[in-house]
Design a protein around this ligand. Structure first.
Ligand SMILES: Cc1cc2nc3c(=O)[nH]c(=O)nc-3n(C[C@H](O)[C@H](O)[C@H](O)COP(=O)(O)OP(=O)(O)OC[C@H]3O[C@@H](n4cnc5c(N)ncnc54)[C@H](O)[C@@H]3O)c2cc1C
Length: 304
């Protein structure tokens, strides 16, 4: 069976939209193809399409840029190019750490941050960090161009607000970490065999001016539910508390009592995942707190 008949490489967003319109829902956006083509081969959530519309030749979607304290990343930027970006390493370290562990180098060289979000799995590694960064997503949805909170794009596992064959994800924006703020991401996965992450965690912390207390915190742990979400109960436990190992230890234990991941046949049991929540929180909070205190952040665990 042929999976598509035509392959287009538009050079502008308008051209991509025109093509989507011409195919009237029978076209499909493709970026790196690392989710789409795997699904196509396995015939998961993929019906044959009249055309694939490749957005990776649109220069406007391939930029990483900074305006004042905001970082913008185009939907077609690859994980490799995020890992190579010094401004993201400095201002959103967790994102470099999460994109740096996606697949292997061949996957990261073509797979995009836009594809990671548009695929709408609850535990995409890039997505987990975007949630902790409180990122916004620029979309063209129902013919309207707008910015939305990243979590609003997700409707359920593999289900996104973006209408297949009609809508486009254009890019992301978030504030870079300023003085007293920092981020970290860590993931636990099987060391061998199929690349199946068991649990990922990204945190953003803001310390008070003398680095003594947590002034604000954002925590994203996935997968816990069907959609990515902030762990707000856990965040609230940290705000105003001393920024030290005793607080982190007790909040990591608290997190296990309020977050309830489920058993996944191929990944891990609920009990194991629950244990890993406190392990990951302890590690990421400790790292982000240290980074916020010292004002230096060197991404860890990033593949080459
Ligand atoms: C071997 C392997 C290992 C992997 N390991 C990991 C991992 O460790 N962690 C992880 O998170 N993921 C992993 N993935 C999944 C995948 O690589 C990522 O999710 C990647 O970011 C998807 O990006 P892509 O550009 O390849 O998306 P594509 O496959 O091109 O697209 C994915 C979906 O998004 C839609 N889409 C893409 N771009 C847009 C856009 N701009 N607007 C609208 N819709 C769009 C497509 O129509 C499709 O439905 C792995 C995949 C493989 C094959």
């Amino acid at each position: 069976m042929k999976l598509w008949n035509h392959y287009h490489t538009p050079q502008t967003v308008d051209e991509a939209l025109r093509l989507l319109n011409d195919y009237a829902g029978r076209g499909r956006v493709v970026a790196g193809g690392t989710d789409l083509l795997v699904d196509a081969r396995a015939e998961i959530t993929f019906e044959p399409h009249e055309a694939l519309i490749d957005i990776t030749h649109i220069p406007d979607l391939l930029h990483i840029r900074q305006e004042n304290d905001t970082i913008f990343i185009g939907a077609g930027v690859t994980h490799t190019n995020i890992v190579k970006s010094q401004s993201i390493a400095d201002g959103a370290t967790c994102l470099v750490e999460s994109c740096g562990v996606v697949g292997g180098p061949q996957v990261r060289n073509v797979a995009t941050l836009g594809g990671n979000v548009a695929h709408a799995l609850p535990a995409g590694d890039g997505t987990t960090s975007l949630v902790a960064l409180d990122a916004e997503v620029e979309v063209i949805h129902d013919g309207q161009r707008k910015w939305l909170p990243v979590c609003d794009v997700f409707l359920g596992p593999g289900r996104s607000l973006l209408q297949i064959g009609r809508d486009l994800l254009l890019g992301f924006r978030f504030k870079q970490a300023s003085k007293g703020e920092s981020t970290a991401f860590k993931r636990i996965m099987r060391p061998q065999g199929v690349a199946l992450p068991i649990m990922g965690c990204a945190v953003w912390v803001k310390l008070d001016p003398i680095s003594a207390h947590f002034e604000a915190v954002r925590i994203s742990i996935a997968p816990v539910g069907p959609k990515p979400a902030r762990a707000t109960e856990v965040e609230n436990e940290l705000v105003g508390k001393p920024a030290n190992s005793d607080t982190i230890e007790s909040v990591a234990a608290f997190a296990q009592t309020v977050l309830h991941p489920r058993t996944s046949k191929y990944r891990a049991t609920e009990d194991y995942r629950s244990e890993m929540i406190s392990v990951l929180l302890r590690r990421t909070l400790t790292l982000a707190t240290e980074r916020a205190r010292t004002g230096t952040a060197v991404p860890e665990g990033v593949g080459v």
